[in-house]
Structures are given as C-alpha cells and as structure tokens.
Design a protein around this ligand. Structure first.
Ligand code: KG4
Ligand code: ZN
Length: 329
C-alpha cells in the first residue's frame, strides 16, 4: 500500500511516497532554513509564504512516475498555523481530485515512525524520546495508537535550548547542527565538560527544564572578554545530552520497554546517540536502542506516511482541519 505523505508544519516543505509504512519510494524536502538563518530564526509569515511557493514543485517531484497512491497523509499539528494550512489544503484538494482518503497526522507522534523506516520494525512496548525544536516528550508506546505520556520539558524544548544557546554564541540558525559542529573541534581533547548545570537530573520524575541553561550561557558570555565558542558549544551540548540520557534511562529502568526509540531533530545529534549507546551498554540495560539516520530525524514526510500506514484512520477531506496546538498524546 502506497501512501503520499505531506509535511509543512514549520520551515520544511516535504512530500514522500512510502510503501507499507517501511519502504521509502521517494522523498523530497525543501527547506527555507537558509532564509531564516538571515533573521536568526523562523518568521511564521515568511515560512508560510515559502510553503506556498514550494508545495506544488515538491509534490510533483515526489510523485514522479509513482502510481496507485492509496491514501494521503498530512500533518495537522502541532506547528505554525500558516504553514500547516498550506499542506492541509493541498492534501484536501488532492483527496477530492483523486477520490482517495486522507489520514490526519500528529507531527510529534509521527517523528517516532522514522524508526520504522530502517533496519526492521522496533519491538513493542517501546519508550520514545521525542526531542524537536518545540517539544521534548517521553512517551510509552504499548502498541500503535496506544501512547501514554511519561514526562517532558517544563519550559524550553531541547532543540530550543540548542537554538537559543547558539544565538547567544553567535552561531548560525538552526543552532543544533551549528553547536554540534563547533563542539566537534574539541573532540580530540579530554577537557571535562561540567561548566553548566544539569537541572532536575537527580529528581525522581521524568521531566526536564532547559530555560536555565540559556541564562547560564548568557552570563558566561557576558563575563568574558573573548568567548571560546568551541568550548562553550561543547559545554552546552554536554549539559543537554547528559540530562536527556539520564532521565530517559531512569524511565527505561522503571518501565522496562523492549526498545528505546530516539526521534525528532535533536536525535540527529551525534554526541546524544554516542552517549545513549555508551550508557545503555555500561548499565547492561536489556533494551534495544534505535535511532533513525540523521536525515530522517529532522523534518521530512516519509515518517508522516509511515505513521499513517500503522494508524490508518482516514477522514473525509470535508472534516479535516489544522490543530496548531496539538500535543503528543
Ligand atoms: O524535528 P525538527 O526537525 O523540527 C521540529 O519539529 O521542531 O527539529 C528541529 C530542531 C532544531 O531545534 C534544531 O536545532 C535541532 O532540531 N537539531 C539538532 C541537530 N539537528 C537538528 N540539535 C542538535 N544536534 C543536531 N545535529
Ligand atoms: Zn519535527
């Protein structure tokens, strides 16, 4: 069964055709990140206008010679309302024209399905850490469609902490990849990275708080005549990674899932993956750690289509609307 996925929740315009939820037949992502780099972040109006420009070329390129599309999957939320509307209205039009059903997709839950697109399906129940630009959530997935929320951030998302810290260090948007690249310069050294606090790390809940990190970075930058960008980037990355790994693995201990799935843009971070691997091995946890290849972690439409295959609840185009404030469960 071939599903056309459409994703326009923020500054990426993406479409993909996926077979049986696991095989990517075609996937195209157009990003307006370069445009947003000039303003240091996403301006919703500008992102929506770019979505309008890109949506038809992206879908046309994705479809190529693909035939027999059985259903359309589209992100309805969470995201920027103007951007979401472009994808949803396009999906409705295609549904009407092709007389094919539409599956509405929650972008955050769909991120987890990037783990179904490579190396065989994860065993369930799974614990999923979803770390993106606007959200940080830990969810327990008993089976498809049955998710419970275990914990999350009380303020900034992990991706936001990367993005805001990068801005304070004068590194370009998006901040996650910039911080990771800058931190890489320190990799060969053995400097202890413990400058910044690890909030809530010892608490017996599965929550995070990242807003204090941004203040700590601001203070550090203000107190120095010359800023060692590589050092501070490595410090920021290590502080974020440490709390994500520690809290998530304490949830693994408690809930004993068969697999641990990393998802969302921040899960592309090499240090995060490395530290998870080391910690799972060091603690001999009986869990299979899975993370998608980096380019499937950041926004794309392949996981949107994959989600729809495993959660096939189509609606009529007449009943479809956007839900910018949607939460993961
Ligand atoms: O999932 P995503 O592509 O979009 C949202 O749904 O938000 O996540 C974007 C976030 C941004 O905050 C970006 O800085 C972060 O993911 N990110 C990274 C890396 N690549 C993207 N953070 C750390 N390391 C990376 N390599
Ligand atoms: Zn995303």
């Amino acid at each position: 069964m071939k599903i056309l996925g459409i994703e326009t929740s923020c500054d990426e315009t993406a479409a993909a055709v996926v077979e049986n939820g696991t095989k990517i037949l075609s996937s195209v992502v157009a990003s307006s990140a370069e445009m947003h780099a000039k303003t240091g972040g996403v301006i919703p109006e500008a992102a929506a206008r770019q979505q309008v420009r890109s949506i038809l070329p992206v879908i046309t390129e994705t479809l190529g010679n693909q035939k027999d599309i059985a259903a359309i999957a589209v992100t309805v939320g969470p995201g920027l309302i103007g951007s979401l509307l472009v994808g949803v209205e396009t999906a409705k039009t295609l549904s009407f024209l092709w007389q094919k059903p539409i599956v509405p997709v929650n972008h955050l839950v769909a991120h987890i399905y990037a783990n179904w697109l490579t190396n065989g399906p994860p065993a369930l129940p799974a614990l999923a850490l979803v770390v993106s630009g606007g959200h940080t959530d830990l969810v327990l997935m008993e089976k498809h469609g049955q998710l419970s929320w275990i914990g999350g951030t009380r303020d900034d998302a992990a991706g936001e902490a990367f993005d805001k810290s990068a801005r304070l260090l004068g590194l370009p948007y998006p901040g996650g990849p910039s911080i990771a690249a800058e931190a890489e310069k320190l990799k060969a050294t053995n400097i202890k990275l413990d400058l910044f606090p690890r909030p809530m790390i010892g608490e017996s809940n599965f929550d995070w708080s990242f807003s204090g990190l941004k203040t700590a970075v601001m203070r550090e930058v203000a107190s120095k005549k010359k800023v060692d960008k590589a050092r501070l980037a490595a410090e920021v990355q290590e502080a974020i990674v440490d709390v994500l790994v520690e809290k998530t693995l304490s949830a693994v201990k408690k809930f004993k899932p068969k697999s641990l799935l990393l998802a969302g843009g921040v899960s592309a971070n090499a240090r995060l993956r490395e530290k998870f691997k080391e910690a799972v091995a060091a603690r001999s946890l009986p869990v299979e750690l899975k993370f998608p290849p980096a380019k499937l972690c950041t926004d794309n439409a392949a996981y949107i289509a994959s989600f729809a295959f495993f959660n096939l609840f189509p609606v009529s185009w007449k009943n479809l609307s956007v839900n910018p404030e949607a939460t993961i469960v």
